[in-house]
Ligand binder design. Structure first.
Ligand code: BGC
Length: 604
């Protein structure tokens, strides 16, 4: 009896032990695995069923680890091994600025992303990855893609139809590359020219930002073959654009990632409006800013993320935090996760440590610091968006589709955008338009023959590139192809022109800012560099007429002598088509841009 009892109890202990293992370790996953892996006919895979039904079906099949994986947005370079996509059931990857395949070519990008998708397909549920990138002026990170003007230049066109076409062309290039998610449009309303992100915005007027932001959203999500080509992201929610100088949370910055000190009614009036409209227009993703509102991180603000955005505005998509945004809430990583997810962040742009995120989430759920309902709500939102974007049903892009990347038609569109963005700041003595048969033209300035500078940051690298390494035309090349065959064009960036005895009929100085991104570009006094000012002066002395073209991401303070420059044109950050600048200078197209931000010009 004693013996049989002990055998029985031993058996019982073993059984309980096995059950416990089944529950607490991978074995439970194993059971689920068998269940859902065998189910190739699962309802969620049936494109004919309503999305809600597909989401319900899929959610019911998911383990906790699989759910947590959907909440993680990971920088692709942070993957210890691509197999971790499968091991950690990751739901989304991104290429942060400058993050690219070993060879930066459209083919390599597409192969890389399809490769990552293949790992996601190896999981039991085969949930496709979202792959996000900042295609804020064309797919800037991809060598060979079309580089459009930055948003500030598009804003100067005040032309929603054009902005929509640019966004749609960008989406086509993204889609061909296998990238299904764009971190754009930017709906920030800028209020301070010292901020390093002015050029990413559609300017300082809330109505203009709204009109152009909506156009960009429509263009980005314009359906192709019944699927959304690319998901748009409204960023940065909210008030990012009116932070107080000197309040940055980043020691190396001044205003970027700073504190937005506004009352709620000011915040709503000046900054919430574009988001309200875009949510109604069908936006499916909103990115929470890295700014604070009256001292509180946006990623921790339940009132704004949940009460206002999700409840009041009825936003049904998902909220993603910005780069390391959740971990900026507090130094305690675990508590930061708890605060962020509970405040309403559905997906965390970690962007690095997905292992720690999984551990923290498991712990938070076990301890009840984050409820299972909140987890399910976040996963439901993310999955719904994935279905809405057609991720489960659409075929992978073919190799032939890559020909759209940097196509001639897109370069033409970029040129049109440049032409329409040019803004006349001054035109004395009817200097512009210039005659194409001007006998001699001297061209000077740091930006005259510098595609990298005219493209600005978010081009190949986060902080941009120098020189002529991307396909396109510099302003100098544009001038050379526009003028008559008898025109003598001489280029010398410092305007020394040592070998030229004659004065030029016209001097064109192409000057401006070197590329910068985010807080790196915070600048207490944005103005022209001493070198550019010296080149302008030297050119003025050697030319009968002086035209100054300013390549910049914001309004620059001009010196008093600017009143003696015959013509001044703001070309913003035109991107790859310098030809569009010379079109305006020589009257191929009229200069029609209007300032999207205030730009005081010294007067006589
Ligand atoms: C920026 C976002 C961007 C994200 C991903 C952040 O630093 O603030 O605008 O979308 O990085 O690259």
């Amino acid at each position: 009896m004693k013996k049989s009892f002990s055998i029985l109890s031993l058996l019982l202990i073993v059984l309980v032990g096995v059950a416990a293992r089944l529950h607490f370790t991978g074995a439970r996953v194993q059971t689920t695995k068998e269940r859902h892996c065998q189910n190739s006919q699962a309802a969620y895979k049936d494109a004919r069923l309503p999305i809600e039904q597909r989401v319900d079906d899929l959610l019911a099949r998911m383990t906790q680890e699989e759910k947590i994986g959907q909440l993680a947005l990971v920088e692709k370079n942070a993957l210890e091994t691509p197999e971790d996509i499968r091991n950690f059931h990751l739901g989304a990857l991104l290429s942060g600025a400058g993050s690219k395949p070993a060879t930066n070519s459209p083919e390599a990008w597409r192969d890389m992303i399809l490769g990552y998708q293949a790992y996601a397909q190896e999981t039991c549920l085969g949930i496709p990855l979202l792959y996000g990138i900042d295609a804020v002026h064309g797919v800037g990170g991809v060598q060979g893609a079309t580089i459009f003007p930055h948003a500030i230049g598009l804003a100067a066109t005040h032309d929603p139809e054009l902005v929509q076409r640019v966004a749609s062309a960008t989406s086509q290039e993204l889609s061909a590359l296998g990238i299904n998610w764009n971190f754009a449009p930017n709906l920030d309303v800028t209020h301070d020219q010292r901020w390093g992100r002015v050029y990413e915005t559609f300017g300082s007027d809330t109505k203009t930002v709204t009109a152009l932001g909506l156009a960009s959203l429509r263009g980005t999500q314009a359906p192709q073959d019944a699927y959304l080509p690319v998901l748009a992201t409204l960023k940065h929610f909210v008030g990012n654009g009116e932070m107080t100088w000197g309040t940055s949370g980043n020691n190396e910055y001044h205003i970027d990632q700073g504190d937005t000190r506004l009352t709620e009614s000011e915040l709503r009036e000046r900054h919430l409006f574009p988001f309200t409209q875009a949510v109604q227009e069908g936006a499916l993703v909103v990115m929470a800013g890295l700014n604070r509102w009256n001292g509180q991180n946006l990623s921790a603000n339940t009132h704004l993320l949940t009460d206002v955005l999700k409840t009041e505005l009825g936003f049904k998509g998902f909220v993603v935090s910005d780069w390391y945004g959740v971990y900026s809430i507090t130094k305690d990583r675990y508590m930061a996760t708890v605060y962020g997810i509970n405040a309403g962040i559905d997906m965390a742009m970690l962007p690095f440590d997905y292992k720690a995120f999984q551990e923290d989430m498991m712990r938070a759920l076990a301890q009840g610091d984050i409820s299972r309902e909140r987890l399910d709500d976040a996963v439901r939102r993310i999955l719904t968006v994935k279905f809405q974007a057609g991720l489960f049903d659409r075929p992978a892009p073919t190799e032939e589709e890559l020909s759209i990347v940097g196509s001639a038609a897109h370069h033409e569109l970029a040129r049109e955008a440049v032409q329409k963005s040019l803004t006349l700041l001054q035109n004395q003595r009817k200097t512009l338009p210039l005659s194409k048969s001007t006998p001699t033209i001297f061209v000077a300035g740091s930006a005259a023959d510098n595609l990298g500078q005219q493209a600005g940051a978010w081009t190949i690298e986060w902080q941009g590139v120098e020189g002529n390494t991307i396909p396109g035309t510099s302003t100098l090349a544009g001038i050379q192809t526009t003028v008559s065959s008898s025109t003598h064009v001489v280029h010398d960036s410092t305007a020394t022109f040592a070998t030229e005895a004659e004065r030029a009929s016209v001097g064109i100085a192409v000057v401006g800012e070197k590329p910068y991104a985010e807080g790196v570009g915070d600048n207490a006094n944005p103005t022209l560099s001493p070198e550019d000012l010296a080149a302008i002066q030297a050119l003025k002395d050697k030319s009968r007429r002086l035209v100054v073209v300013i390549i910049s991401g914001r309004a620059l303070a001009l010196p008093p002598e600017a009143k003696d420059w015959d013509a001044i044109v703001a070309a913003w950050l035109p991107g790859s088509e310098g030809q569009g600048v010379s079109d305006g200078l020589f009257g191929n197209t009229p200069i029609i841009g209007k300032l999207p931000v205030a730009w005081p010009i010294p007067k006589n």
